[in-house]
Design a protein around this ligand. Structure first.
Ligand code: NAD
Length: 476
């Protein structure tokens, strides 16, 4: 596992010691024991990394599209060679079952480099409108701050897009799951990313805040909680940098009243519990016709009780622990709040699953009869906790779905795809999935309202890192 550089940062093409020595343990969520340590940086390390990125910018921005396509292709190849290792690192540091961590988590990270390379083929950096030339240019130095829940995916979607755009960058990964980020830095180094183009400084909020405020950073891309995302935007405002925010979610999953009901409920519960419920786009508010609440509860209970919860290292495990003690306690408090508010516990509940006394394990929990004002219908729980809510008719379902400060994702399932699609179009969320269609790495990823600003993934992700210049009266 890649802990070789845990006490170092990657700056200007070299592994270097932090300005001030400071470390924290990285805890294995399955055992509560330290996996190792990681260095925590400070503003001085950010200054050094930004200086390297700034110095590398002009040359990298001037590379050809072909150069950058070749680079992205080499990164994808090296990533592929270290794919198994990536799955193991992610599973160990954040607790996702090894099969899921490898196929989906490591896989998503690699996919972004391939998608970015392929998109560059037909990307128009220069367009003409009459005598005006419209040029899309790399925005400059990008600061990136990422969370622990899909660590490789979240880092790679930013890095791949920034490289495709011709930007240089400084990444601060999550201090909770930093080892996958160190492995990504090793991959980028091995693939020959020019020195200074990609820089990594590990650390906590202090490093994130230094990135947000840095006058030599032109754009900051943040993924994480709404709380921290707001702080980043406030700190970024005095230097008028562009701020991309991918924040929280509380996504509705509308199940229509038809023959596909049982399958849609069953699959919706499984999707909610995936990654131990730690996905920003998890379908955590399941909306069912009021007359079918009992049926939905029984179906959800069956799924929750059949879930194989256990060690992430075990190939048969479907659900590992949640990432940390902090998250475990937060989830427990929200389960208690659901009980206090009068929601019906159909499966799971507070405490650890039977036989799992060590590790941050949570019982797959289903609440039925949840109403929109309850805490568990408002707060993002970020754990395996489903709230099933009744609706009267399609209009009521749309109203409940849209009635939330978050608007990241939404889901609609119905046997008549045309009907489900009509409802999908009425939902005010950044990503609406009809009949649990698979994820599309080229589709824009991001949210409405307090779920964020801007979009990542695919073409939209590259555009986040481009400035637009009009050259009036340009020669043809
Ligand atoms: P977090 O906000 O605590 O941390 C995210 C990152 O920000 C970490 O690297 C952290 O060190 C850093 N950070 C924390 N406070 C900061 C500050 N004040 N200034 C600058 N940086 C700061 O979130 P987390 O606990 O790591 O992740 C869970 C949250 O992330 C959930 O709310 C989840 O919904 C959200 N999330 C959103 C998306 C999305 O794409 N919309 C994706 C994944 C996670």
């Amino acid at each position: 596992m890649s802990r070789k550089h845990a006490s170092e940062f990657f700056i200007d093409g070299a592994w270097v010691a932090p300005a001030k020595p400071r470390t924290i343990p990285v805890i294995d969520p399955a055992t509560e024991e330290p996996l190792g340590e990681v260095a925590l940086g400070s503003a001085a390390d950010v200054d050094k990394a930004v200086a390297a990125a700034r110095a590398a910018f002009d040359r990298f921005a001037a590379t050809t599209v072909e150069d950058r396509m070749a680079l992205l292709g080499r990164i994808a190849d090296v990533y592929k060679a270290r794919f198994t290792e990536m799955g193991q690192v992610i599973s160990a540091e954040m607790g996702a079952p090894i099969s899921f961590a490898t196929r989906f988590q490591a896989g998503a990270g690699m996919g972004h480099f391939r998608v970015a390379r392929d998109l560059l083929k037909d990307f128009h950096f220069v367009e003409r409108d009459g005598s005006t030339e419209i040029v899309r240019e790399p925005i400059g130095v990008v600061g990136m701050i990422t969370p622990w829940n899909w660590p490789a995916n979240q880092i790679c979607c930013k890095v791949a897009a920034a490289l495709a755009a011709g930007c240089t960058m400084v990444l601060k990964p999550s201090e909770v799951a930093p080892y996958s980020a160190l492995l990504i830095a090793e991959i980028l180094e091995e693939a020959g990313v020019p020195k200074g183009v990609f820089n990594l400084v590990n650390g906590d909020a202090e490093v994130g805040q230094a990135i947000a405020a840095h006058p030599e950073i032109d754009c900051v891309s943040f993924t994480g909680s709404t709380r921290a995302g707001v702080d980043v935007a406030v700190r970024a405002a005095p230097t008028v940098k562009r701020v991309g925010q991918e924040l929280g979610g509380k996504s509705a999953n509308i199940i229509l009243d038809d023959d596909g009901f049982a399958k849609a409920v069953t699959e919706g519960v499984k999707l909610c519990f995936r990654n131990s419920g730690q996905s920003c786009n998890a379908p955590t508010r399941m909306l069912v016709p009021a007359s079918r609440m009992a049926e939905a509860s029984d179906l959800a209970k069956a799924v929750a009780e059949a879930m194989k919860v256990g060690s992430p290292a075990d190939a048969a495990t479907e659900m590992g622990p949640v990432v940390s003690e902090v998250q475990w306690k937060k989830i427990q408090a929200l389960i208690e709040a659901g009980i206090k508010d009068g929601a019906k516990v159909v499966a799971g509940g507070a405490g650890r699953p039977k036989g799992l006394d060590k590790g941050y394990y949570v019982k797959p929990t289903v609440f039925a009869g949840v109403t929109p004002e309850m805490t568990i219908a408002r707060e993002e729980i970020f754990g395996p906790v489903l709230a099933i809510m009744p609706y009267k008719d399609a209009d009521d379902a749309v109203r409940i779905a849209n009635d939330h400060p978050f608007g990241l994702a939404a889901y609609v399932s119905g046997t008549d795809t045309a009907v489900a699609t009509r409802i999908a179009r009425r939902l005010r969320a950044g990503m609406v999935t009809v009949n649990l269609a698979p994820a599309d790495p080229k589709a824009p990823f991001g949210g409405y309202r307090q779920s964020g600003n801007g979009r990542e993934w695919g073409r939209f992700g590259i555009e986040e890192y481009l400035e637009t210049k009009a050259v009036l009266g340009a020669a043809a």
